[in-house]
Ligand binder design. Structure first.
Ligand SMILES: Cc1ncc(COP(=O)(O)O)c(C=O)c1O
Length: 455
């Protein structure tokens, strides 16, 4: 094979040659071995922990998953935007193995270690803005969002938190309150945390009439003003491109206008970049596309190449407003996760993965647009970098067609391509390939998608 990824992998000291970068189906999906484990899963694992595609993965490398039946699937999901540097990236695997042999845990709040400090230094350097910053590390995205809200309330002395239609911020009690969609995230799980207020998002495809980013921001601000009160508002929390809500890219000017209003009114602008961050959208952070500098930014997912790590980074005066001992957690900033993050960040910078995301966009967008031209069931094509989506509708309308989206996604799975759905209406197919995916796998994945859409 002569594509870029295979050369990259071959050049690496612990090449993932063990996982050939090739799709290969040897059974139906899921195969018999997966089905046997799945029967045990149903008997052993709580029913609420769903699985979208019950192939049981044995190994993974680059952009290929290998299941227990020996099937090799192309991964356009990356564990929901986590394995941005590829599955089992050799540099990450080597750093993690070395770290495990040396030190796995002390709890940073008890006896600290340098890896935590190194990750915070990297976050302070990489996140938007060249002001003085501080970071704190956690274990999951929801935990980072919870802590960003704690910090914002402590700093401002205000209670109210503003979030948007279609938002997703996690599954803990506060982040369920901040998340928009009821089913499956909230149904039956209340009562939810108070002082969370939802305002209209800029969702260009679903606006009743075209509206500029500035006007959509004014619409949201008016709701904050009338229904919440700016003097009560600690923070506005927003995903610069919404993830679970449907890869909603707000109209140009929306984010800067919201950020400017926050600045004028002493409200903190918190960018939830848990899905968009770390090179995914063609910039290290999605806020950068419109020059927005958040007061606080939450990160997770792509930060550590598959290990659980999350962070809040932001203005030093805001972060340091919290009293000693007010932030933390037993596992937050675990040394193994930190080692993985340091290796991941090194790969992202040395291989310029934001540029790789832009190349993926340049390869995928024209093909997705051509597909939409040919199939009126695709109502919208959108996204940035390697965070792209198609929204499925009843032809000629904007009426969501979740059943058709599920059919297409399932046809992709049967053909050996892992795709994910999302969206408030469940009708969006989203694509989150690894940024080191080989050109031939990207092209083949798009071929399979085309065939699936055509039915
Ligand atoms: C934007 C955003 N915020 C928060 C979260 C929650 O992260 P976690 O699942 O790690 O708690 C997610 C996860 O999908 C997310 O996409």
């Amino acid at each position: 094979m002569t594509d870029t990824l295979d050369r990259d992998l071959a050049a690496s000291p612990t090449a993932t040659a063990a996982v050939e970068q090739r799709r290969r189906l040897v059974t139906a999906i899921p195969g018999p071995a997966s089905q046997r484990i799945h029967a045990r899963k149903v008997a052993a694992v709580a029913a609420g922990v769903g699985t979208m595609l019950p192939i049981y993965v044995e190994r993974a490398g680059g952009a290929i998953l290998v299941d227990v039946d020996g099937n090799q699937l192309i991964d356009f999901g990356s564990g929901i935007a986590v394995t941005t540097v590829g599955h089992a990236a050799p540099e990450v695997a080597a750093r993690v193995a070395a770290q495990v042999a040396e030190l796995t845990h002390t709890c940073f709040m008890v006896t600290p270690y340098e890896q935590y400090v190194l990750v915070c230094e990297a976050l302070n350097r990489l996140t938007p803005g060249d002001h003085d910053k501080r970071s704190a590390l956690f274990s999951s995205g929801a935990e980072a969002v919870e802590n960003a809200v704690k910090i914002a309330r402590r700093f401002t002395g205000r209670d109210a938190v503003v979030v948007f239609d279609h938002a997703y911020h996690g599954r803990t009690n506060l982040t369920m309150a901040m998340t928009a969609k009821n089913m499956p995230y909230k149904d039956g799980f209340g009562p939810f945390a108070s002082e969370v207020y939802r305002v209209p998002m800029s969702y260009p495809f679903r606006e009743p009439a075209p509206i500029s980013g500035a006007d959509a921001a004014a619409r949201a601000i008016s709701v904050i003003d009338k229904q919440v009160g700016m003097n009560r508002t600690a923070a506005v929390v927003i995903e610069p491109i919404q993830g679970e809500g449907g890869f909603v890219v707000p109209a140009e000017g929306f984010l800067p206008a919201i950020a400017a209003w926050c600045k004028e009114n002493g409200v903190l602008f918190i960018a939830d970049e848990i899905q968009t961050g770390f090179a995914r959208t063609g910039a290290m952070f999605a806020c950068e596309h419109e020059g927005v500098v958040p007061d606080l930014i939450t990160t997770a997912k792509g930060i550590a190449g598959g290990l659980p790590l999350a962070a809040v980074t932001g203005r030093a005066d805001v972060m340091d407003a919290v009293h000693g001992g007010g932030l933390g957690g037993t596992y937050g900033g675990n040394p193994v996760a930190c080692a993985a993050a340091l290796a991941t960040i090194e790969i992202m910078e040395s291989r310029d993965l934001p540029a790789a995301a832009r190349r993926i966009e340049a390869a995928m967008l024209p093909r997705l647009r051509a597909l939409a031209e040919a199939h009126p069931s695709i109502g919208d094509v959108r996204g940035r970098g390697a965070m792209l989506a198609i929204e499925i509708v009843r032809p000629g309308t904007t009426e969501p067609d979740a059943a058709e989206a599920a059919r297409i996604s399932s046809a992709c799975h049967q053909a050996g391509l892992v795709t994910l759905t999302c969206g408030t209406y469940g009708n969006v197919l989203r694509f989150l390939p690894s940024l080191v995916i080989a050109d031939h796998l990207l092209a083949e994945g798009l071929d399979l998608l085309e065939q699936a859409v055509a039915g």
